[in-house]
Design a protein around this ligand. Sequence first.
Ligand SMILES: Nc1ncnc2c1ncn2[C@@H]1O[C@H](COP(=O)(O)OP(=O)(O)O)[C@@H](O)[C@H]1O
Ligand SMILES: [Mg+2]
Length: 360
Amino acid sequence: MAHIPRLEIKDLTRSFGGRVVVDHVSLSVEVGQVTCLLGPSGCGKSTTLRMIAGVEMQDSGEIWVDGRLVCDTVTRVPPEGRSIGLMFQDFALFPHLSVADNVAFGLKGPKARKRARVCELLERVDLLRFIDSFPHELSGGEQQRVALARALAPRPKIMLMDEPFSGLDNRLRDGIRDETLSILKEEGTAVLLVTHEPEEAMRMADEIALMRAGHIVQQGAPYNVFNAPVDKEAAAFFSDINVIRGTVRGALTETAFGQFLAPGVPDGTEVEIVIRPQHVRIDFDRNGRGPNPTSVDGTPARAVVERSRFIGKESLVEFRLDYDGTAMSATVPSVFLPKPGTPLWLMIRRDRCFVFPAKR
Ligand SMILES: Nc1ncnc2c1ncn2[C@@H]1O[C@H](COP(=O)(O)OP(=O)(O)O)[C@@H](O)[C@H]1O
Ligand SMILES: [Mg+2]
């Protein structure tokens, strides 16, 4: 039998005023998995989520839950019939209802059964002692957990979460993210989480769908999306990047760091070699000789320090290459603050470089 995902969307498309904001987005989410829709503000993440929830109608495309067609342009199951839980940034608890009544809000059935489910969930989010409190008596993080309990109470098959942590202050956020994740995993819900923060996506997701201007441009496990970006922009979304430019001659590009392979790229094509600052190694000048080339790091290139800054757990050193004046930066764990004008040598790990044809 063919595998059936918990949630599957096919070619979901939506325009506003003639502008396509979600363009043939296809995606599936598995039971017990967290999939992150990651992308910059305005790329169409919330619109995608709203269509899945049923509060926005797509122009075309299909939404399937457990192999059942929930919405296309003919069929349309209303939001409450989709077994979908929602959590948004302004998760707005009902201020006049107690914590218990907030969590019970979406539950049906006999009172005793509802009460049991409420207690079970409040126990799980570690807030049972607040069962008779009101939202204003709780901290932001506690309110967040009540909202999570409320969304999970009816045992939704799918949880849709739209930037649910962005309203929380930084110190709280990591802890609440981890807690939320373990609760979602315990419940076995399939989760589609929207965020514009790569770190949040890497921390939470089993699978990342990277979105840009209405399209999903890359999809995969966090490790793969980070380490095998499809293009320069995908690489740049996760961290600062260095870009070294070159022109292809005979499937090779000559750079300050020696020759790079550009297989299948026609002669005369401009290419961009992308490397993250944490993968640039620094070595000493040794009277202008520098380190010897190695098979991993390739040819070293001489550079002069422009600026050094300590940024918390690491140092950021900016350079200019002797070869052609290209600006590059390297991050170094701990404190390393060479003075401007200091000559040093840079090495870039070949297996951490991405070679892309330059876009015009
Ligand atoms: N109801 C609407 N009417 C008109 N334009 C909208 C509407 N909803 C969203 N948009 C536009 O669609 C684009 C994508 O919005 P959205 O899905 O909210 O992006 P994201 O969540 O990725 O920040 C934005 O340019 C936004 O202004
Ligand atoms: Mg949004």
